[in-house]
Design a protein around this ligand. Structure first.
Ligand code: IPM
Ligand code: MG
Length: 398
């Protein structure tokens, strides 16, 4: 059949592309060392909807924290325009090439939410900017921490970010009008680097337990590979205990109060990681409360996991948008580039202003604080010489 031949040809191309990718992965360089860079360039990508508003707030807070470094030229900020749905739709590209060049001229990025077109809406069905950026910058690890102190929950998810069900997500094949096929890809190199990163994290932070999430009982080839690579890597870390769960029962155990606190470091292929981290974020208080890091050996990008909330902009409420998620992402950014003290300060202030003291509550509407008022409160809190004592007291009382 002609359709089958055409589909085979497309499939053949996809396989060749993947084998070439594996060759590149095999030659992959070492991790970048941020401490040698002068200047370290931090890019701010506003994105869509409320993105530019909360991004601006995060930039102000980081300018405040990094005042000296900015003045001495150790750090440089760049505001990157143009990663908007309008511009992307006009150019018919997930990331317009000139914008990608600007992005690649930075070392680390703080990114606001970007609209992901879907079938049936007013935008051309171009690929998600997130997915494209993760691929273009090879940000293979999506690291998402979740903390719920009152339940003794302290999880960190390592979601594989560049392959799995996503890598060919926009390259599925409609073989005939009736037959649609998508693909899922797991490579030895791709699985190994995310699993190893999770084990290394556990080792460095004295965490003695890793949980691998798959559906290897059904998706036998790709998930089976992921699991067997985990088994192999785990042998190198005999001091760390590991177990594996299937994604379905994992979603249940995550809300099982008898079990949930036992999980520590969790590793999953792309799609399962996407789903389970939304569930985890909801338990913490909603997707707006969670930060997310996309880490590669050369670049790293930090973002909120919520969407662009276009309705808030349409209704004139963008100034009431909560910048907390991007600020939590900023904590991860500062930690990642080695500014651990400043990260700590911002994190404590966020806990005090957003969780404990809550003097300027953000509601997303005019009955609450604006983002500007919130960050002013946050910066005042950071200047308080008793910050650590105050934070410790709140911790003891919960
Ligand atoms: C996320 C988001 C993205 C994803 C979307 C926007 C493409 O849900 O970062 O978790 O599925 O990865
Ligand atoms: Mg998601």
């Amino acid at each position: 059949m002609e359709e089958v031949e055409k589909a085979k040809e497309k499939f053949g191309q996809l396989l060749e592309e993947q084998l070439e990718r594996i060759d590149r992965l095999k030659k992959e360089g070492d991790w970048i060392n941020y401490s040698h860079l002068k200047p370290l360039k931090i890019g701010f990508i506003g994105g869509d909807g409320i993105g530019p508003f909360i991004s601006e707030h995060a930039r102000k807070v980081l300018s405040f924290l990094l005042k000296e470094e900015l003045e001495s030229g150790t750090i440089e900020f760049k505001v990157i325009e143009g990663l908007t749905i309008e511009n992307r739709a006009k150019q018919g590209k997930a990331i317009p090439p000139d914008v990608l060049d600007e992005i690649k001229a930075c070392h680390v990025l703080l990114k606001g939410p970007t609209t992901t077109p879907r079938k049936g809406d007013k935008w051309p069905n171009i690929e998600s900017a997130n997915v494209a950026l993760r691929r273009e910058l090879d940000l293979f690890a999506n690291v998402r921490p979740i903390k719920i102190p009152e339940k003794n929950i302290d999880w960190i998810f390592f979601r594989e970010n560049t392959e799995g069900a996503y890598i060919l997500g926009s390259k599925g094949i409609n073989v005939t009008d009736d037959l649609a096929v998508d693909f899922k890809v797991i490579t030895t190199q791709g699985a190994e680097r995310i699993i190893r990163l999770a084990f290394e994290h556990a080792k460095k932070n004295n965490l003695d337990k890793i949980t691998i999430i798959t559906k290897a009982n059904v998706i036998k080839t790709t998930d089976g590979k992921f699991l067997s690579i985990a088994e192999k890597v785990a042998k190198e870390y005999p001091e760390i205990e590991w177990d594996d769960w299937y994604i379905d029962i994992m979603t249940a155990k995550l809300i099982d109060s008898a079990r949930q606190r036992d999980f520590k470091v969790l590793v999953a292929p792309n799609l399962y990681g996407d789903i389970i981290t939304d569930e985890a974020a909801q338990l913490q208080g909603g997707v707006g409360t969670a930060g997310s890091a996309n880490i590669g050996k050369r670049y790293a990008m930090f973002e909120a996991i919520h969407g662009s909330a276009p309705r808030m902009v349409e209704e004139g409420r963008a100034k009431y948008a909560d910048p907390s998620s991007l600020l939590r992402a900023s904590v991860m950014l500062l930690n990642h580039v080695g500014y651990v003290e400043k990260a700590r300060k911002l994190e404590m202030a966020l806990d005090i202003c957003g969780i404990y003291e809550r003097k300027r509550e953000i509601t997303g509407r005019d009955n609450g604080a604006t983002g500007e008022q919130f960050i002013n409160y946050l910066m005042e809190t950071m200047q308080d010489p008793n910050l650590l004592t105050t934070w410790n007291q709140y911790q003891l009382n919960t």
